[in-house]
Design a protein around this ligand. Structure first.
Ligand code: AMP
Ligand code: ZN
Length: 477
């Protein structure tokens, strides 16, 4: 019997061990990936999307190297903010959150972020959360406070702090509960809430019944319940932004491992922040852009994606519009090369650039394998762009060379997700037909119709360029 081909080992930094380690899925072929998703009380900002774009890059990279991926990204549709929003708008929780859920998925599409296999809403998993909490109470890891809320007792979990590398006394200083009003009720200030007792003045008519009284789950328990239900009790990789390390992920570990009795996550990956003037981009600092703000300024999803992915995930990324313009220019360079290669129709053997392409491919893959070193991967990409442009300037590329180069770029784009291959294919039919009608109108000197068609093409975001081989379309910048 043939042995299955060994997969390429990938290296990734593990927040827990603070080391770069080889990652391998528990079940040989398939990575189980959990990524903390948005709270849908408002539009996500591009800081959030930096984390989601990286997670998308990771899942695409795993697949690029032949693994299967099952990803779960939760949608938090119940918390203080969503409840407050629904009460203010005098509508149900679902009516309040639905437009933001829809907008979130639209934004993911605009940024070419693949949809996770599971995108569970927290409110669909309340029975699982209740079951988890009941078990934790039964095991003596959780207790009910005087006001009816249930807390996790962190003293019952001796390795608490192992992810964030904080000691209990530091945690006491850093601890901030989800619900300040409940603080005095806890046995220990660092204990965290699992179930928030219903408070009519705060929650209106939004609550769920449970064996420990009416209320709603705390944020941390949501992720543990959905992760374990959908991916199993031990997951391969868990991601989030660095702000999730403490307390959110520390709490997820404590409650999940206390419940199951074994390791919750094998590899923790955290994305550094998108910052503005040295501060984290966040709603509370009011220093944020939503994706929609940037689209309204004329940028495209691919340009924003390119900017967000082009800095290594463990380095902060300082956001400026000038940086976004640079991303736009880089992408334009890539798009220009693609058009150029697509137009080459000179015959030739096509052996000429085989070595150039295979050595570039090796460099690109090596960079990804090495802790997702995107800067090195993009450097390989732009070196290749330069060399291909030079060869093309000297008329040294045959059609077969060009096709091979395009195939390589397309392959790399399975990871990058920024190049215009797919879009070109889907829109070009219609646009090409418009272009052809416009050419015919010009030939028959029907200038009003030709102008009208040019306008239509322009409105769809394309310019017409007249070249020696006829008119062609070029994306408007
Ligand atoms: P939140 O809705 O605040 O829970 O954030 C959703 C995800 O976005 C989490 O994984 C956060 O860690 C991440 N996040 C929030 N702000 C930023 C930022 N400025 N840069 C990068 N990631 C962020
Ligand atoms: Zn989470």
């Amino acid at each position: 019997m043939m042995q299955p081909k060994p997969k390429t080992p990938l290296l990734l930094f593990n927040t827990e061990t603070r080391q770069i380690e080889t990652i391998a899925p528990f079940d040989q072929n398939c990575f189980r990936l959990y990524t903390c998703g948005p709270t849908i009380y408002d539009f996500a900002h591009i800081g959030n999307f930096r984390t989601y774009v990286f997670e998308d890059l990771l899942r695409r990279t795993l697949r690029f190297f032949g693994y299967r991926v099952i990803q779960t990204m939760n949608i938090t549709d119940v918390d203080d903010k969503t409840i407050r929003g629904a009460i203010q708008k005098k509508c149900s929780l679902n009516e309040y959150t639905e437009p933001f859920r829809k907008a979130f998925f639209e934004d993911l599409g605009t940024l070419h972020i693949e949809r996770a296999e599971h995108c569970p809403a927290a409110t669909d998993y309340i029975p699982e959360m209740i079951h988890l909490i009941e078990t934790l109470i039964a095991k003596g890891c959780a207790y009910k406070s005087q006001n009816g809320s249930i807390y996790f007792k962190i003293k019952s979990f001796p390795s608490y702090g192992r992810l964030s590398h904080l000691h209990l006394d530091e945690l006491l200083v850093n601890a901030s509960g989800e619900n300040e009003a409940d603080e005095y009720d806890k046995e220990n200030i660092a204990d965290f809430v699992l179930w928030k007792a219903y408070d009519p003045s705060r929650d209106g008519s939004i609550f769920w019944e449970s064996p420990f009284g009416p209320g709603r789950p705390g944020w941390h328990i949501e992720c543990s319940a959905m992760a374990m239900k959908l991916l199993g009790e031990t997951i391969d990789i868990h991601c989030g932004g660095v702000d999730n390390i403490f307390p959110h992920h520390e709490n997820e570990i404590a409650q999940s491992e206390s419940y199951s009795g074994h390791r919750f996550v094998r590899h923790w990956v955290h994305v550094e922040h998108l910052i503005v003037d040295h501060k984290k981009m966040s709603k509370s600092l009011n220093n944020f852009y939503t994706l929609r703000d940037l689209l309204n300024r004329g940028y495209t999803g691919a340009q924003v994606r390119y900017l967000l992915l082009s800095t290594h995930y463990r380095m902060q990324l300082n956001f400026t519009l000038r940086g976004l313009d640079a991303a736009k220019a880089s992408l334009q360079r890539l798009e220009d090369l693609i058009i150029r290669l697509q137009e080459i129709d000179t015959n030739g053997s096509g052996d000429g650039i085989g070595e150039l392409l295979s050595s570039a491919d090796k460099g690109f893959c090596q960079a990804l394998i090495d802790d997702m070193n995107i800067s090195a991967a993009l450097a390989v990409l732009f070196d290749l762009v330069r060399e291909l442009n030079t060869l093309s300037d000297a008329n040294c590329l045959s059609q077969s060379d060009a096709q091979k180069a395009l195939a390589l770029l397309k392959k790399w784009d399975e990871v990058l997700g920024v190049l215009p291959f797919d879009q070109e294919e889907t829109i070009s039919h219609e646009l090409q037909a418009l272009l052809q009608r416009r050419e015919e109108a010009r030939q028959t000197k029907n200038y009003p119709l030709s102008d009208q068609l040019r306008k239509e093409i322009l409105e769809r975001g394309y310019l017409i360029e007249d070249t020696s081989s006829g008119a062609r379309l070029k994306k408007k910048r």
